[in-house]
Design a binder for this molecule. Sequence first.
Ligand code: PRF
Length: 380
Amino acid sequence: NTPDFREQTDFHYSLHATDGAARLGEVVTPRGVIRTPAFMPVGTAGTVKGMYPEQVRELGADILLGNTYHLMLRPGAERVARLGGLHTLMRWPHPILTDSGGFQVMSLASLRKMSEKGVTFRSHIDGAYHELTPERSIEIQGLLGADIQMQLDECVRLPASQDEIARALRLSLRWAERSKKAFEAQPKGRALFGIVQGGDDAELRTESARGLIDIDFPGYSIGGLAVGEPQEVMLAMLEVVTPILPAGKPRYLMGVGTPDDLIESVARGVDMFDCVMPTRAGRHAQAFTRFGKINLKNARHAEDPRPLDETSDCPAARDYSRAYLHHLVRCDEMLGSMLLTWVNLAYYQSLMAGIRAAIAEGRFEAFKAEVKEGWARGDI
Ligand code: PRF
């Protein structure tokens, strides 16, 4: 008669160690523990493109990201629910975080119309009309069965005027309240995060963070960054926001980023990340390694028998020659995309594991310097 972990565990974050502003911790959910700082591979349409779920897990991913926008259009949230939920459907029994859809509507859909009520748009797939309100977004994320859900928000691209940024963050705060109310209908053990907006303006960022803290969420996302501003502006905004956020709750920087963005954001107190970069770049012949980025399309690899990194634990990085990878990407073979996606997710997860070990041992700054030295040295 073993106690059921799923029913007895409440969502919570525990902070284990700090090193400067960098934090080592765990986000605990009924479906499992997320070691933080964490990188979440993106599984937009119910798949981490080109990877088996078992393989993603083996690389060290504790959680995946899924998308409300894509899954509501295909195969549809109610259909996913009838099929037993997203975890069952895609055979990923570990935690899943879903984005709320607004951000993807703004980047992918056509004929978008924002109002106080929500956003209406036409599908990029068949042109059909849809409506996404804060309530419907939460209902969809519930039907998918997401362990960590996002409020509907409005993210403005930068540069933008202060008025535009202020309007969007205040609308997002009102949507945060409506999202929280709608979320009350869901089973215990799941969490809803509020999303900090406020563009590149320190005062507006502060207003957004304080407004969300007043509403009270079990975790806070930082949105509206990596949307056209220089990296130094993004990092400056993190330095404004993370000191305000409660130390006992996780902070998730949405849609970020390069390996350098990750390590610099961890240095400023961020716990969770997601980005299409390792998977998308892998499908475009780019490899991330400890020597920096390598473009396998380049003719200099055509007769290079060396692997990408003979010291890597990842077979795709350690055992396959650069010449073969070059050949595969030149021929547009799907194995080229698969191997490079594998290389990149393995690199991202090993970077996060290295970051966690360094924080635990109080040598995060030295680790950061060492990793950056490798990228700067380049591929020789
Ligand atoms: N809001 C939501 N999802 C997002 C973002 C945001 O601001 C970003 C910005 N980098 C990526 N994904 N809901």
